[in-house]
Design a protein around this ligand. Sequence first.
Ligand code: ADE
Length: 380
Amino acid sequence: MRVDIVSIFPDYLAPLELSLAGRAQGRGLLDIAVHDLRAWTSDRHRTVDDTPYGGGAGMVMKPEPWGEALDEVATGRPTIVFTTPSGEPFTQGLARDLATREHLVLACGRYEGIDQRVVEHAATLGEVLEVSLGDYVLNGGEVAALAITEAVVRLVPGFMGNAASLLEESHEDGLLEYPVYTKPATWREREVPAVLLSGDHAAIARWRREQAVRRTAERRPDLLPPSAVPGGGELRHAVPADVGELYTLQLCCWVQEQHANPGVRIPALHESLEDMRRSLEEWTWLVLRRGGRLVAAARGRIEDDTWDVGRLMVAPDLQGQGLGRFMLAEIESVAPPAVTAYTLFTGAQSLDNIRMYKRAGYRLRGEGPPGAVRLAKPRR
Ligand code: ADE
């Protein structure tokens, strides 16, 4: 594979010489060349930028040096990658795709970006991709080019010693990787999970899969295939923008509870919007949207080794369709590994709720706050 990188800061790319990519170059698998864009300037000041047409802050990279550089470097119909925060996200899938290409040209933008006509011109020389490292803004595309090169080059056949380790790592199966441990089995009174010492390969594989799914649900729910939501919809971890709708749904749902439990002081009905905002910071919240509308939610947090479940709510017009049961299973599934039991409170007179919790495996475990009962179930 041939990789050409064009930048106004070629020294930024020096680490490529040190890393694995440097070693692969030594073995003839890879040929990387870093070019200084200013080599294609013709004025005394080696100018690469100018003010934007239409006004606005910052500078734009001039088309002439980029045109000259690409004409010289992007020969033989390469894949030309412009690194820009406005690009498509760089993912393991894209890395796999790029690893199949013979020739990559990485064009590192700086300032407010490169004159768009350069991108159009590049499309006459090869396939063009505009790629972003993530949803944040760097000072330039060099760090993105480094990251892209490293992620791509290690997938080139023959590059990595152990092909099996490539298959087992984060993102290769669409999930985050399970936690890993090495010797000693006890370190500072912390034990390695017993299953990993059991020698039972099937049990180990099951445990790893479960951990990978749990980690992904907790940290990157967007990577999980959409849950089979009864009746359709999208399940997500709550974000601050959900606060208003959550607050409205909570008030509406607990008015019903108040009717079922007259005279009981229900905390959910006495909270402010600010309390709800704080609750989003202190608890793990899941929200379910259907057709854009927030229709159900639940929250959980760990107390000792118990997952404290609460605020299970479903919009009144959608109750009785299995959404409550679904949200309960989902909020249980995002409990951290240390959890050994689930617990929750509901109104002592909320008979429909109690029936639903019992069907989900909960049992009454005594009184809660006045007018409420506590239910619990062990984690399987
Ligand atoms: N240049 C500046 N920010 C960037 C980003 N997030 N990804 C790629 N190139 C960039």
